[in-house]
Design a protein around this ligand. Structure first.
Ligand SMILES: *Cc1c(COP(=O)(O)O)cnc(C)c1O
Length: 401
């Protein structure tokens, strides 16, 4: 199929766009112009490629899970190893791109907001790498829950600002970051960590992360002689999924599957599956699927994985869902934990709990398919950051036996 999204206003069909206050418009316009100017600039692209190779360690390999696939007895499972990137996840691809853009725009300071802390760490990392000042907004609750990541950001020279308003979590941190941006737009670049926010962020973050599917275009044929039959990725905001989907979108022979966090089950309401369990609305500057009540109030979410615990989803996923180009499914906490342990034991890889959702669905799917089908799963990050959570679940289980 032909694919040419978004339009110049950032619309992916009826999703996306710019829902922001007048005060933000000059900053967004400046960013849009800079992105349009540099995205095709050979020098910019060359510098981006250089950083991806020498600082991040790209290309990340694709690994064939021979033992796991054999044990399942169905399709073959392959992992795109984004966990092997510097800082241990895909988020660095995008923060490098945005930091290079900030540099071109003459901004000496970057800001970010973070919930679980992973995007804060990736932003602090590139700020240190390029000699920029960095402030990270974080809900006061999250500062306590994610103490190791706060320490990491501080070691990297960033200033972590606890936000005391509202529920003291991600959405409050987001409001504060916006306020900072409007007040300091002359010297400040706002780095968003997923394919959400007002235009041009969803398109820009997709662009920087699409290096992942570009690599897969030659890596899978090199390994298997053909494209994968299925590409599977977890979806929080949706940046790792857009990254591995993007170059496959025009290829109708490749099925795309996004895996949302079904938490304790969609029917319990305790989940973070915005597409399966939400409806169209406006969140964080764009129109998309959101988890909301009848009055449009945003609902609280639950997932065992902090990185998937977000009540919205990037607008491009909303569009891909509606036109049927990608399919979205849910994986519950327990299923993700089971896949986590299985990958540890059978393949010697400790996956992030976010990525474990994609692995869990990959396993389910493999069971239903013959051995000559190939499933490419995006292993978006490594699991070292999640050990405390995994141990606390293991202790809970012991108590119940
Ligand atoms: C943040 C994070 C995610 C979720 O973000 P997306 O924008 O949906 O990719 C997934 N996996 C890992 C390892 C993360 O750190």
């Amino acid at each position: 199929m032909q694919y040419n999204q978004p339009d110049k206003f950032g619309h992916f069909g009826r999703y996306g766009g710019v829902f922001a206050s007048e005060t933000l418009m000059p900053a967004l316009n400046e960013l849009r112009e800079a992105f349009e100017r540099y995205r095709h600039d050979p020098e910019f692209i060359e510098e981006f490629q250089y950083e991806l190779k020498h600082f991040v360690g790209r290309p990340s390999p694709i690994y064939w899970c021979k033992r796991l696939s054999k044990e399942i007895g169905g399709a073959q499972i392959f992992l795109k190893r984004e966990d092997l990137n510097h800082t241990g996840a895909h988020k660095i691809n995008n923060t490098i791109g945005q930091a290079l853009l900030a540099k071109r725009m003459g901004k000496k300071r970057v800001i970010a907001e973070t919930g679980a802390g992973q995007h804060g760490v990736a932003s602090a990392t590139v700020a240190a790498r390029f000699g920029m000042e960095c402030a990270v907004y974080m809900g006061a609750e999250d500062v306590i829950r994610q103490a190791p990541n706060v320490k990491r950001m501080e070691l990297l020279g960033a200033k972590v600002i606890p936000v005391q308003s509202g529920s003291k979590t991600l959405k409050d941190a987001l409001n504060e970051a916006m306020r900072d941006w409007v007040a300091n737009v002359d010297n400040t670049f706002y780095i968003i960590g997923t394919v959400a926010g007002p235009h041009p962020y969803p398109e820009m973050v997709r662009e920087f992360n699409s290096v992942v599917s570009k690599e897969c275009q030659w890596q899978m044929p090199e390994l298997t002689g053909k494209d994968p039959d299925y590409v599977v990725a977890c979806v929080g905001g949706g940046s790792n999924a857009m990254g591995i989907f993007y170059d496959y979108i025009p290829k109708d022979n490749v099925k795309l599957i996004g895996v949302e966090a079904a938490g304790l089950g969609i029917s319990t309401g305790k989940h973070a599956a915005s597409i399966e369990g939400g409806s169209p609305g406006v969140l964080h500057g764009n129109r998309t699927y959101v988890m909301q009540d009848e009055d449009g109030q945003i609902l609280s979410t639950h997932s065992v994985s902090a990185g998937l615990d977000y009540p919205g989803v990037g607008p491009e996923h909303a569009y891909l869902h509606d036109i049927g180009r990608a399919q979205y499914v849910g994986i519950e906490d327990g299923e993700a934990l089971e896949a986590f342990h299985r990958l540890c034991r059978i393949e010697g890889i400790i996956p992030a709990l976010e990525s474990s959702h994609a692995v869990a669905y990959g396993i389910k799917l493999a069971k239903e398919l013959p051995p000559d089908k190939n499933i490419l799963v995006n292993l978006s990050g490594r699991g070292d950051k999640d050990l405390q959570i995994v141990f606390s679940y293991m202790n809970e289980e012991k108590k119940h036996v």
